[in-house]
Design a protein. Structure first.
Length: 277
């Protein structure tokens, strides 16, 4: 069976677009598990069908908590098998033609791997689907784009449409709940590599479109130093210092996580100061 876990916070229209793209491009039987992190929201009820099941959280769980609830449902309600396929996907993504088949064929050949498509925004500009870490301190990364090889290995992937076997999900398990909103996808793929020797790949010929206009506090949207400072402490910002530290502490210990977080923060400040206006 194919299971697609989709954490949401409202966003009904975006989710409908995603579901249409799944219906159009997946030829096999699948089940979408929507975890709606909006306890008062009732509009997702109309989306439920034989292919889509909606679970509404009882309290605000944010992205990591919603994904973990979806994983728990796979383990406990759906009795996930090793040969099943699991996708963790965001609701602002639409997969393109052959995307699913290309990803699925790859994990059929190598079930001990995680795969992700290349990602493009609405202007068809390629955006990051993950990063190779050249150095953790100083923190230097490379984000594979427009590459010629069939696939590129990465250390930390996004979960816009992250595919794996049930076997791999059982091995890697839950995301660190202390991350809350940002960094959970990076944690999952880094944990797979560091603790289980499971690699994550971006596949050249699989593509998806992301509507990233509403995604948190991004450096491109920060107007001044005050807003930049606030972003280092906001739960809605990937710049959050506390959560960046939590992302790395399990892998590098307190001292290592401190210096990696320091390096990333300094990089962010430098990029803000010298960015193109």
């Amino acid at each position: 069976m194919i299971y697609i876990v989709v954490p949401t916070f409202a966003g009904v229209q975006e989710t409908k677009k995603m579901l249409i793209s799944l219906e159009k491009n997946i030829k096999k039987d699948y089940k979408v598990i929507i975890v709606d992190d909006h306890p008062e929201n009732v509009t997702f009820r109309a989306i439920s069908s034989n292919k889509v099941e909606v679970f509404t959280t009882k309290e605000e769980l944010w992205w990591v908590g919603s994904v973990n609830l979806g994983i728990k449902l796979l383990f406990e309600k759906y009795n996930l098998h090793d040969e099943d396929t699991v996708v963790i996907a965001n609701n602002d993504v639409q997969i393109k033609k052959n995307c699913f088949e290309i990803l699925h064929q790859e994990i059929q050949k190598n079930k001990y791997s995680i795969v992700h498509p290349r990602t493009f925004d609405y202007d068809l500009i390629e955006v990051s689907s993950g990063a190779k870490v050249i150095s953790f301190f100083p923190y230097i990364t490379k984000h594979p784009k427009s590459f010629e090889k069939y696939k590129e290995i990465i250390d930390m992937g996004t979960a816009r449409f992250l595919m794996m076997s049930g076997f791999v999900l059982k091995k890697v398990g839950y995301i660190n709940k202390n991350l809350v909103q940002y960094g959970g996808d990076n944690y999952f793929t880094l944990s797979a590599k560091k603790f289980h020797n499971i690699n994550t790949y971006i596949l050249r010929d699989a593509t998806c479109i992301v509507d990233n206009r509403q995604t948190g506090i991004k450096i491109d949207n920060i107007q001044n130093m005050k807003e930049l400072y606030q972003s280092f402490f906001s739960i809605k910002s990937p710049n959050n210092i506390k959560f960046r530290y939590r992302l790395f502490v399990d892998f590098f210990g307190m001292t290592g996580a401190f210096f990696i977080t320091l390096s990333i923060t300094l990089n962010t400040i430098t990029k803000f100061i010298f960015r193109k206006r």
